[in-house]
Design a protein around this ligand. Structure first.
Ligand SMILES: Cc1cc2nc3c(=O)[nH]c(=O)nc-3n(C[C@H](O)[C@H](O)[C@H](O)COP(=O)(O)O)c2cc1C
Length: 192
């Protein structure tokens, strides 16, 4: 059911690093994402699949995780993802990156849902230097990196909790490394 799948589709920052995500799995996720809605149906997004040890190491080293957890460096050693999907915009199709931020969100969530359905999981990573990632992966000149998705077999516990009215929505971890994510209640998000 979609609700269950959405609930399961969390931002994972700890993975079973012995489980190698394959190119074929990543291709399947993108094959699903390419069918989604796109502003004016222009479809300017392109994808770089990082699954080789070298590419994964490169992208990992350029991505920043859980900036809100100041004293923690995630993923913990040995809990790294084994693949990334780098979502890019092809500027020769459209140079207007602002318009297509919504497309990026739609494809990102679609990929994460498809991964969840297969027992995998991931995390959107927006905290990175676009030019450094582009250079490190030798991406074509005409693309701009928009968002990175980590992919792997999740190996950590995440609990959704209800955000207190007027309270903080900051995520936090307990002493057992359980990750808590406050979500605003339905009544707090409905305007009528
Ligand atoms: C567009 C976008 C960019 C994000 N960038 C990062 C990031 O750079 N690093 C990170 O650790 N998490 C990142 N996240 C994950 C959020 O922190 C996460 O969605 C939030 O804490 C709620 O957790 P949940 O996805 O499990 O509901 C990003 C999420 C989105 C939607």
């Amino acid at each position: 059911m979609i609700r269950e799948l959405v609930q399961k589709t969390r931002s994972f920052r700890g993975f079973d690093s012995s489980y190698k995500v394959t190119e074929s799995q990543l291709r399947d996720f993108v094959d699903c994402a390419r069918l989604t809605a796109s502003s004016m149906n222009i479809q300017p997004l392109k994808y770089y699949l990082a699954f080789s040890d070298e590419d994964v190491k490169t992208v990992l080293s350029l991505s920043k995780w859980a900036a809100a957890l100041k004293d923690m460096h995630l993923p913990h050693p040995g809990k790294e993802p084994t693949a990334f999907i780098v979502i890019c915009q092809d500027l020769s199709i459209s140079p207007n990156t602002g318009t297509f931020q919504k497309d990026v969100g739609i494809v990102a969530q679609t990929i994460l849902l498809a991964a969840s359905e297969q027992g995998l999981g991931g995390c959107c990573i927006g905290n990175f230097n676009k030019d450094k990632v582009k250079e490190a992966l030798s991406l074509p000149q005409n693309v701009e990196v928009q968002l990175i998705l980590a992919v792997g077999r999740p190996d950590e516990k995440i609990v959704l909790v209800e955000a207190k009215k007027e309270g903080s929505t900051a995520y936090y971890r307990d002493e057992n490394d359980v990750h808590y994510v406050p979500k605003r209640a339905l009544e707090q998000v409905l305007l009528n």
